[in-house]
Design a protein around this ligand. Structure first.
Ligand code: FAD
Length: 462
C-alpha cells in the first residue's frame, strides 16, 4: 500500500502497486537512477532543478487518466508538462509526479474545415509543419520551440495575433481530464464554463490532452528584422510607437533590445505583414527606409521561417530570470529609461521585448475568454539569460533594477505566462477582479481540492 499520505516529502511507494501501474501504461515511468530521468527533468530554464519521485511519460489519453488515478490514490503532488518552456518551472515538482505529455504529438488537420486537432505535447514548430502543408496556420508564439499547451492555456501571444487573435481565441474545443478523473469535452456548448476558463486561466482546471484550433490561410509574407544601433534606439522606438498606433491589423512588429553576435547592442524590430506581399512593400517601406537603419533583413518568407528565425537566440538550457508587466503607453520618458537600462545589460544573451496588442485581440469581447487584459497597449518582458551560475546574482539584480525603474510606466497588469518563480503573488494581476472571481468559481466546480496547483495557481472560491 502507499505510505506517502503527505503531498510533500519523498513518498514511499508500494513496489507492487508501482509495477502494476507501469504495466498498464503505453508510456513509461522514470525514477531517479534511470538513464532517462535527468534528461526528462531538464526544462528550458536551467535555473529550475527539481527532483520528482516519478515522471510519467504518457503516450495516450488513457495514460494520463491512469497517472492521475495513481497520483490521487497515493496522495502525490502533480505537475503537468507540455513543452517545458515555462520560465517559472511549473512543469516540474519536487517529490511528486510529473505527468509528462511531451511524447503526445499526434495532429490531424482538416483542410476543408480549416481546423486542426492537436495533442498537448506538440511544439509550435511541429504544429506549423503539419498545418503549413495545407497553407494554413493559427496564432502560435514568437519562436517555434515553445509548447502549444502552456502557451494556449495562458492566452498565447504571437506573430499572427493582431490579424487572427490570440492562440486561445482560435480554440474550438479541448479534451480535458479533470481532477475527478473524468474525460470531458469543453467547447462553446459542452461545459462552456470550463471552455471559458481554459482560454487564459492556465493549467488550473485539468489536464488538456488535445486542442482543436481554427486555422487560417497563411502563405508567404514580407517579414524579417530591421536593426537600429542602440545610439539611435530612442528615435527608432518613437517611430515604432507611431507606426503601431496607426498600423493595420496585418502589421505585427515587436521591438527587441538585444546584443548582436559581434557584441553590438541594438534595437531590433522583428516585423511581418500578415497579408499580400504587394501591400506589405508599401506599408513597411517607412520602417525599412528610416534614416537610422543599420541592417534591413526583411524579405518574403514562409510562416515557418518567420516563426523559427529567433529560435537560435533562445536555446533550452540557459539560466533564465524574467520580469514582465504591461506598459500603460510607450512614453518618451519610458523609452529613455528602457535605453538607459539596456545599455548596462550584463549578459550578451539577454533580450528585452516589447509586444504590441491591438487588432483582433482588442476586438474579442472581454467576457468571452478568461484572458482579461485585451486592451493592453504593450507587454514588456525582460528576458535575462546567462550561462555561468557565478553570474546569476548580477543578472538577477540588473533585471530587478530595470523592472523597478520602469514602474512609473507600467500598469498593474501582467501576462500570466511571463511570471517567474518569485511572482506567485502576482497571479491576480494577470486578471481583472471580475475574471479572477469567475475563475475561482470554475475552479471550485471542477477542482475544489486544488489538486492542480503546480501552476500559476488560482485557488477555489471560498
Ligand atoms: C523562449 C520563450 C519564448 C516564449 N514566447 C512566447 C510567445 O511568443 N508568446 C506567448 O504567449 N508566450 C511565450 N512564452 C511563454 C510561454 O507561453 C510559457 O512559457 C508557456 O508556459 C509554455 O508552455 P509549455 O507547454 O512549453 O510549458 P510547460 O512548462 O510544459 O507548462 C507550463 C504550465 O502550463 C500547464 N500545462 C502545460 N501543459 C498542460 C496541459 N496539457 N494541460 C494542462 N496544463 C498544462 C502546466 O500547468 C504548467 O504549469 C515563451 C517562453 C519562452 C521560454
Amino acid at each position: 500500500m502507499a505510505i506517502g499520505s503527505e503531498v510533500t516529502g519523498t513518498p514511499e511507494l508500494d513496489a507492487d502497486a508501482l509495477r502494476k501501474f507501469e504495466a498498464a501504461l503505453r508510456g513509461e515511468v522514470l525514477r531517479a537512477g534511470h538513464p532517462g530521468y535527468d534528461p526528462a527533468r531538464a526544462l528550458y530554464n536551467a535555473m529550475i532543478d527539481r527532483h520528482p519521485a516519478l515522471i510519467v511519460r504518457c503516450r495516450e489519453s488513457s495514460d494520463v487518466l491512469r497517472a492521475l488515478e495513481f497520483a490521487r490514490s497515493h496522495h502525490l503532488l502533480v505537475a503537468v508538462r507540455g513543452g517545458g518552456h515555462n520560465v517559472a518551472g511549473k512543469a516540474l515538482c519536487d517529490d511528486g509526479m510529473v505527468i509528462d505529455l511531451s511524447g503526445m504529438k499526434r495532429i490531424q488537420v482538416d483542410p476543408a474545415a480549416r481546423t486542426a486537432r492537436a495533442e498537448a505535447g506538440l511544439t509550435w514548430g511541429e504544429f506549423d509543419r503539419e498545418t503549413q502543408e495545407h497553407g494554413l496556420a493559427t496564432t502560435g508564439g514568437f519562436i517555434s520551440t515553445t509548447g502549444i499547451a502552456g502557451l494556449t492555456l495562458g492566452g498565447g501571444l504571437g506573430w499572427l495575433m493582431r490579424k487572427h487573435g490570440l492562440a486561445c481565441d482560435n480554440l474550438r474545443s479541448v479534451e480535458i481530464v479533470t481532477a475527478d478523473g473524468q474525460v470531458r469535452t469543453a467547447d462553446a456548448t459542452e461545459n462552456p464554463d470550463l471552455f471559458w476558463a481554459v482560454r487564459g486561466g492556465g493549467g488550473n482546471f485539468g489536464i488538456v490532452t488535445s486542442f482543436e484550433y481554427r486555422l487560417h490561410p497563411v502563405g508567404q509574407m514580407l517579414a524579417g528584422v530591421v536593426f537600429f544601433p542602440l545610439e539611435q534606439a530612442e528615435a527608432a522606438l518613437r517611430f515604432y510607437r507611431d507606426l503601431m498606433t496607426t498600423a493595420p491589423d496585418e502589421v505585427m512588429a515587436y521591438a527587441v533590445f538585444l546584443t548582436s553576435p559581434e557584441g553590438a547592442r541594438m534595437l531590433a524590430i522583428p516585423v511581418c505583414y500578415v497579408g499580400p506581399l504587394e501591400s506589405a512593400e508599401q506599408i513597411l517601406r517607412p520602417l525599412r527606409s528610416h534614416a537610422s537603419v543599420a541592417a534591413d533583413l526583411v524579405r518574403p518568407m514562409t510562416y515557418r521561417e518567420i516563426q523559427s528565425m529567433f529560435d537560435a537566440g533562445f536555446p533550452s538550457g540557459r539560466l533564465n530570470y524574467w520580469k514582465s508587466s504591461f506598459l500603460r503607453e510607450l512614453s518618451d520618458e519610458g523609452i529613455a529609461t528602457l535605453v538607459a537600462h539596456f545599455t548596462a545589460v550584463p549578459s550578451g544573451f539577454s533580450a528585452v521585448a516589447i509586444e504590441p496588442f491591438g487588432g483582433v485581440v482588442a476586438r474579442v469581447g472581454r467576457e468571452e475568454t478568461a484572458f482579461a487584459h485585451r486592451h493592453a497597449r504593450y507587454s514588456l518582458v525582460i528576458v535575462s539569460m546567462w550561462t555561468d551560475p557565478a553570474e546569476s546574482a548580477a543578472n538577477i539584480r540588473w533585471t530587478r533594477e530595470f523592472w523597478n525603474a520602469m514602474q512609473p510606466f507600467f500598469s498593474e497588469a501582467v501576462y500570466v505566462n511571463y511570471l517567474d518563480t518569485d511572482d506567485a503573488d502576482r497571479v491576480q494581476a494577470a486578471y481583472d477582479p471580475r475574471t479572477y472571481r469567475r475563475l475561482q468559481l470554475v475552479k471550485e466546480r471542477y477542482d475544489p481540492g486544488n489538486f492542480f496547483r503546480v501552476n500559476q495557481n488560482i485557488g477555489p472560491a471560498l
